[in-house]
Design a protein around this ligand. Structure first.
Ligand code: ADP
Ligand code: MG
Length: 371
């Protein structure tokens, strides 16, 4: 647990970067600091590992004032990831990651073994280990940065806009990866971003800062969207926040209707206009329409492709996709029906865009998201 108690940072030129911050970061959760540029997010983050010392108040880590800890020792338990990864340019990817275990007393072979494991964990193929940072894309460098921060297996991870410099698709990928890693590792993560969507997607709790280093609201993502504390939070969260809620409400509330399926190689007899063609494991291959099929067995050439899939939580596993995924699936499908799949990718049924929007309206009525 990290506790900020009346923490203030006034820089020597008089800038008040952080103003009387009270906030508790829970263990094993992702806490996001979000706000416009210059509102004191980085300053707040760096005070946790003593790269910056407060001018007022105290920060406690697991109940102990961090001023009583020796900074290098403190930092051993706190991983740190920054925007451009901060890798050593003249060391290979593997050695960049192995540096940390080496510093903490591991032998060379052991350190490299550990580094290879971590690179795999963050999704970098082994072939990248011998490259130099400049030979990697921005997204790949960020993965190395995360691997390096995890190398000493610190309980706390500080991440300062780690994904802000990569393009949106890569960013999405890195965000998913972080959520997956966190579900395995249970670190205490403090994540800084200026992007409210990223905050809502990643945060178990989100602290919204305003310029002047003041905390405007500290809440769960759904509470932020449903009950913004004031006009600043409301405008920062955004006017379309009802639709933004699509991204974090799970699709498990959407009624999934039956969907006709047909197998390639078997005769087709369609009841409605469309059916989904599936393989032997009931995984979708494409759509079949009345118009595109002839008599006789269904061939691959008869399939109409298109439409994203969304995952539903059939086994109560809690890993269902979001309402946004469901809406995307419905809107991108040639049949105007989104294909719902289970965790194994098998077809469960279908939903229409109207049903997704009705589920959003229900969530609004029940107060989960704003009207
Ligand atoms: P954020 O990360 O939210 O963009 P920062 O914590 O970097 O904000 O900065 C907060 C405020 O403190 C800004 O007004 C910034 O200009 C100022 N600031 C940051 N570092 C220094 C410094 N070393 N000296 C003086 N002012 C600083
Ligand atoms: Mg910053």
């Amino acid at each position: 647990m990290i506790e900020f108690q009346a923490v203030t940072k006034t820089y020597p030129d008089g800038t008040v970067a952080v103003d009387n911050l009270d906030l508790t970061v829970e263990d094993g959760k992702i806490t996001v600091f979000v706000g416009p540029s210059g509102c004191g997010k980085t300053t707040s983050l760096r005070m946790i590992n003593r790269m910056i010392d407060p001018t007022g108040g105290s920060i406690l880590l697991d109940g102990k004032d961090i001023r009583e800890s020796d900074p290098p020792l403190l930092r051993r338990g706190i991983g740190y990831v920054i925007q451009h990864a901060g890798l050593f340019p003249h060391r290979t990817v593997l050695d960049n990651v192995a540096t940390v275990p080496l510093l903490t007393g591991a032998g060379k072979r052991q350190a490299r073994g550990k580094a290879a494991e971590l690179l795999e964990l963050v999704g970098l193929p082994a072939a990248f280990a011998k490259r130099y940072p400049a030979q990697l894309s921005g997204g790949q460098q960020q993965r190395v940065g995360v691997a390096r921060a995890l190398a000493a297996d610190p309980p706390v991870l500080l991440m300062d806009e780690p994904f802000s410099a990569v393009d949106p698709i890569v960013r999405d990928d890195l965000q998913q990866q972080l959520l997956r890693l966190q579900s395995e590792l249970d670190k205490t993560i403090v994540f800084v971003t200026h992007d409210i969507d990223e905050a809502i997607k990643l945060g178990d709790r989100v602290a919204v800062f305003r310029v002047g280093g003041r905390l405007a609201q500290y809440d769960t993502p759904s509470a932020l969207l449903a009950k913004p504390a004031d006009d600043f939070v409301s405008s920062f969260v955004g006017r379309d926040r009802g639709y933004r809620a699509l991204g974090f409400l799970t699709a498990s509330g959407v009624p999934v209707g039956p969907l006709a399926t047909v197998k390639v190689g078997e005769p087709v007899s369609l009841q409605g206009d469309w059916a989904v063609a599936v393989d032997g494991e009931n995984k979708p291959l494409g759509w079949v329409s009345v118009e595109s099929t002839k008599d006789g067995p269904l061939a691959e050439a008869d399939l109409v492709s298109g439409g994203s899939l969304f995952e539903v939580d059939s086994a109560g596993s809690g890993t269902a996709g979001s309402l946004r995924n469901a809406l995307d699936a419905a809107l991108s499908s040639p049949a105007a029906v989104g294909i719902a799949v289970d965790a194994g990718g098998a077809v469960v049924g279908g939903v229409t865009a109207d049903e997704v929007l009705a589920a959003l309206a229900d969530a609004r009525r029940s107060g989960e998201v704003p009207t």
